[in-house]
Write a protein that binds this ligand. Structure first.
Ligand code: 5GP
Length: 226
């Protein structure tokens, strides 16, 4: 059997999970765009995807606990983890450090499980350079004016923080061309539906573009009885 035939045979027998390695999805977007709400809506629609739990130096907010939604660590511990190369990426966001645990992500992907990272735009760009086949999705607001309205209505930021968030948002929006997909969050249900469409399409993807423009198929056809 020619190699192409082996590949086709493999796909036909495992149409729902043609790749052996789990995919890495990243959802980023400016502060206040609604990442948490959209992902909360989306996750029950796509069973089988695991949401990463990052480490942060930010203190827990009321209702948060260890591992939900973060591992809360000291700055010293975070620095040790950086030195041990424990993070796939890390960044300072709004004055606190946040990092994605590399080992956990790799372990899940190794088991064929898709992983979702909900991280800031700098973090997304780092993942882009480190994980060539990561799928980067930018969640964008309908306008900067609407983002300002959302930031004000949640009443969690001071006036000074809102000004900084909006300035950051303007430069983050310029990074959209470095993402694979842009989804506008003008309606939570619609945005969650679009995420689902992207995930489904990506699960069926065969070809991946390399950074040099070359295409590759990121799996090896298994041995078959001929
Ligand atoms: P919050 O503390 O409000 O939950 O999150 C603040 C920001 O940090 C959000 O934009 C969130 O997506 C981002 N964030 C959370 N975890 C990580 C991470 O591991 N890496 C990066 N780069 N950003 C993160």
């Amino acid at each position: 059997m020619a190699n192409g035939d082996v590949a086709a045979d493999y796909y036909l027998r495992q149409p729902e999970r043609p790749l052996s390695k789990g995919r890495l999805f990243v959802v980023s977007g400016p502060s206040g765009v609604g990442k948490d709400t959209v992902i909360e809506q989306f996750l029950p629609m796509m069973p089988g995807i695991l949401l990463n739990v990052s480490a942060t130096t930010r203190p827990p907010r009321p209702g948060e606990s260890e591992g939900d939604p973060y591992f809360f660590v000291s700055v010293a511990d975070f620095r040790t983890m950086v030195e041990m190369d424990s993070f796939l990426e890390y960044a300072r966001v709004n004055g606190n450090l946040y990092g994605t645990p590399r080992a956990w992500v790799e372990e899940q992907r190794g088991k064929g499980i898709d992983v979702l990272l909900k991280i800031d735009v700098q973090g997304g760009l780092t993942v882009r350079t480190k994980v060539r086949d990561a799928v980067l999705i930018f969640l964008m607001p309908p306008s900067v004016g609407e983002l300002e309205r959302r930031l004000r209505s949640r009443s969690t930021e001071t006036e000074e923080q809102i000004t900084t968030r909006l300035l950051d948002a303007r430069s983050e929006l310029q990074q959209i061309p470095n993402y694979d997909y842009a989804v506008m969050n003008d309606d939570v249900h619609r945005a969650a539906d679009l995420l689902r469409a992207i995930f489904l399409a990506e699960r069926c993807r065969v070809r991946h573009e390399g950074s040099d423009g070359s295409a590759s198929v990121p799996w090896t056809a298994p041995h078959t009885h001929e």
